[in-house]
Write a protein that binds this ligand. Structure first.
Ligand code: HEM
Ligand SMILES: [Cu+2]
Length: 551
C-alpha cells in the first residue's frame, strides 16, 4: 500500500489548511461522460450511488412535507387544519415514504454503493448491471408507491394492519402494496450484490478481520435484506389477494387470522429496523476513530456485535404484539429476547465511547453528526427497553412514547449517521470541500431541533397521548407546540446541507485525496476516484484504523 501511513498522527485539518492536490493521472468518474445517457445507462457503482442519492433526497423532502403538515395540525388540540381522514393519509404517506423510499435505501444504496468496492479495493460491485437494474426497479416502485399515496392516498398507516387494510379501507391500498412489493425486489438485488462482492472481490490481503466495520455492517444488512424482504413481499401479496379476491387469509369474517398478518409483517419489519440502523453504526465506526485519531476499541467485538444484532434481530418481532392478544407466554419470551438484542447494541455504544478515550478529538462536521448519532441512538435504545418490558408496554403501546422511541433511533440515529457519512465522504465523492462552518452550524441545529421535536413526545406518550389521532385533549397542547416548533427548526436544519453542499459542487475548494488523513483504502485513490477506482490493484498489509493519537 502507498502513502497515507506516514501522516496519520496529524489531526485532520482539511477545512483550515487544504493540502496540495496532485493532478489526477486518470479522468475521474465524474468526468467520464457528461450526457444524460452516460448517467442513466451507467454501470459504475459510483454513478449509480449518485442516482440513488438524488432520488432518495427528493423522497426525503416529500416525506418531510407530510411530516410538516402533521406537526401543523398538532399545534392546536382541535382537528382544524385537515380532516381526520386526510390526517390518516398524511401519516401513512409520511411513514411509507420515510421507511421504504428513504431510510432502507439511504446508507446502503448511496454510501454503501459508492464505498463498498472502494473500501475493499475492488473495481466495482460484483454485478454492475444488476446494480443499475436495482436502481430502475427502485424508481419504478417509488413512482408506483408515490402515485398511490398522492392520487387518493392510503389511510392504513405504514403497518397496513388487517382486516382494515384488506377489507375495510376505501383507499388506494392495492397500488401502494404493489409499489412496496416492487421496492422489495430492488432491496433483494442490491443485498445479493453486496454479499457476493464482499465474498469474492476483496483486494489481496483484505481478510475478513481486516475489513472496515462499515463493510461488516453493510454485509450483515444485506443478509437481512435478502432473508427478510421476501417475507414482506409475500405478506403484502396476501393482503392484496384477500382484498381483491375476498379469500379469507387475515379477515376473521372470512375465516382468516388477523394476528397472522402482524406476525408476518413484524417478522420483516423488526429486522428491517436493523436494516436502517446497522449501516448507520458502520458509518459511526469509520468517523469516530478518524476524528479521535485512535483505532476502534474492540474491533473483533464490534464485528461480533454486528452479527449478533443481525441474528437476534430476527427473534424479537413479537415485542410489537404485546397488546395484540398473543399468548402471555409468547410475550414473556419476546420480552426476554428483546432485552438480549440490547446487549450487542450496548457493546457498540461502549466501544465507540472507549475509542474516544485518550484520543485527540476534533469536532469537524462529520464528527458532530457521529457523536449526535451515538447519543440519540443510546436514548432510543434505552427507551426500547422500557417498551420491551411487558407490563410497561401495556401502558405505552400505541402512544407517542413509541413514536419518540423509534424516531430517536431512525432519525436521531440513522439520519444523523447518513448526514455524517455524506459530510465525511463528500470530498471523496465530489472532489470538493464544503464550508466547515456551515457544516457545524447545520449539525448543531439538527441536533437541537431534533431533541426539541421528539423529547416532548416521550412525555406526551407517558402522559397517555395516543398516536395517530388528529386532535387531542387541551392539556397536551404545550408539549405539542414545543414539538411543532422543534420540527420547524429541524426542517431548516435539513435544508441547510442541501444548500451549502450544492454550492460546494460549484464553488467549493478542491479536495485532496485524503483530506481527513483517514486510513481506509478509499482515501488512497484520487478525489473523486477514477472510473475503475484504483490506478493499480491495492494490496492490504494491515487491519483498518491504523491511527495513532497526537501527543
Ligand atoms: C435496544 C433495542 C430495541 C428494543 C428493545 C426495541 C423495542 C421496541 C418495542 C418493544 C417496540 C413496540 C412498542 C409498542 O408498539 O408498544 C418498538 C417499536 C418500534 N421500534 Fe424499537 N426497539 C429497539 C431498537 C429499535 C431500532 C434499532 C429501531 C429502528 C432502527 C426501532 C424501531 C422501532 C419502530 C419503527 C417501532 C414502531 C413501529 C410501529 O408501531 O409503527 N427499534 N421497539
Ligand atoms: Cu421491533
Amino acid at each position: 500500500m502507498t502513502s497515507a501511513t506516514g501522516t496519520d498522527s496529524a489531526p485532520p485539518d482539511a477545512a483550515d489548511q487544504p493540502r496540495a492536490v496532485d493532478p489526477p493521472d486518470q479522468p475521474s468518474y465524474l468526468a467520464d461522460g457528461h450526457s444524460l445517457r452516460s448517467w442513466l445507462g451507467t454501470r459504475d457503482h459510483k454513478r449509480i450511488a449518485i442516482l440513488y442519492a438524488i432520488a432518495i433526497t427528493l423522497f426525503f423532502f416529500i416525506g418531510g412535507m407530510a411530516a410538516a403538515l402533521i406537526r401543523f395540525e398538532l399545534a392546536t388540540p382541535q382537528g382544524d387544519l385537515v380532516t381526520a381522514e386526510t390526517y390518516n393519509k398524511l401519516f401513512t404517506a409520511h411513514g411509507v415514504i420515510m421507511v421504504w423510499l428513504f431510510l432502507i435505501p439511504s446508507i446502503p444504496q448511496v454510501l454503501g454503493n459508492f464505498l463498498v468496492p472502494l473500501m475493499i479495493g475492488a473495481r466495482d460491485l460484483a454485478f454492475p448491471r444488476l446494480n443499475l437494474a436495482s436502481w430502475y426497479t427502485y424508481i419504478a416502485g417509488g413512482i408506483f408507491t408515490l402515485g398511490a399515496l398522492l392520487l387518493g392516498g392510503v389511510d392504513t398507516g405504514w403497518t397496513f394492519y388487517t382486516p382494515f387494510s384488506s377489507m375495510f379501507s376505501n383507499s388506494n391500498v392495492v397500488m401502494a402494496l404493489l409499489g412496496i412489493l416492487i421496492l422489495g425486489f430492488s432491496s433483494i438485488m442490491s443485498g445479493l450484490n453486496i454479499i457476493v462482492t464482499v465474498h469474492t472481490m476483496r483486494a489481496p490481503g483484505m481478510s475478513w478481520f481486516r475489513m472496515p466495520l462499515f463493510i461488516w455492517a453493510n454485509y450483515a444488512t444485506s443478509i437481512i435484506l435478502v432473508l427478510a424482504t421476501p417475507v414482506l413481499a409475500m405478506t403484502l401479496l396476501l393482503v392484496g389477494i384477500e382484498r381483491v379476491f375476498q379469500v379469507g387469509i387475515f379477515d376473521p369474517a372470512l375465516g382468516g387470522d388477523p394476528l397472522l398478518f402482524q406476525h408476518l409483517f413484524w417478522f420483516y419489519s423488526h429486522p428491517a429496523v436493523y436494516i436502517m440502523v446497522l449501516p448507520a453504526m458502520g458509518v459511526a465506526s469509520e468517523i469516530i476513530p478518524c476524528f479521535a485519531r485512535r483505532p476502534v476499541f474492540g474491533y473483533r467485538f464490534m464485528t461480533y456485535a454486528i452479527l449478533g444484532i443481525a441474528v437476534i434481530g430476527f427473534l424479537v418481532w413479537g415485542h410489537h404484539m404485546f397488546v395484540s392478544g398473543q399468548s402471555v407466554y409468547a410475550g414473556m419470551v419476546f420480552s426476554l429476547l428483546s432485552f438480549l438484542v440490547a446487549i450487542p447494541s450496548a457493546i457498540k455504544v461502549f466501544n465507540w465511547t472507549a475509542t474516544l478515550y485518550k484520543g485527540s478529538i476534533t469536532f469537524h462536521a462529520p464528527m458532530l453528526y457521529a457523536l449526535g448519532f451515538v447519543g440519540l441512538f443510546t436514548i432510543g435504545g434505552l427507551t426500547g427497553l422500557f417498551l420491551a418490558a411487558l407490563a410497561l408496554d401495556v401502558h405505552l403501546s400505541d402512544t407517542y412514547f413509541v413514536v419518540a422511541h423509534f424516531h430517536y433511533i431512525m432519525v436521531g440515529g440513522s439520519v444523523m449517521a447518513y448526514l455524517g457519512g455524506i459530510h465525511f465522504w463528500w470530498p471523496k465523492i465530489t472532489g470538493r470541500m464544503y464550508s466547515e462552518a456551515w457544516g457545524r452550524v447545520a449539525a448543531l441545529l439538527i441536533f437541537f431541533g431534533f431533541n426539541l421535536t421528539f423529547f416532548p413526545q416521550y412525555l406526551l406518550g407517558y402522559g397517555g397521548m395516543p398516536r395517530r389521532y388528529h386532535s387531542y385533549p387541551p392539556e397536551f397542547q404545550v408539549l405539542n407546540v414545543l414539538s411543532s416548533a422543534g420540527a420547524s427548526l429541524l426542517a431548516v436544519g435539513y435544508l441547510l446541507p442541501l444548500i451549502y453542499l450544492t454550492w460546494s459542487l460549484f464553488k467549493g475548494k478542491r479536495a485532496a485525496a485524503d483530506p481527513w488523513r483517514a486510513t481506509g483504502l478509499e482515501w488512497q485513490t484520487d478525489s473523486p476516484p477514477p472510473t475503475h477506482n484504483f490506478a493499480e490493484q491495492p494490496i492490504v498489509t494491515r487491519g483498518p484504523y491504523a491511527y495513532t493519537p497526537t501527543p
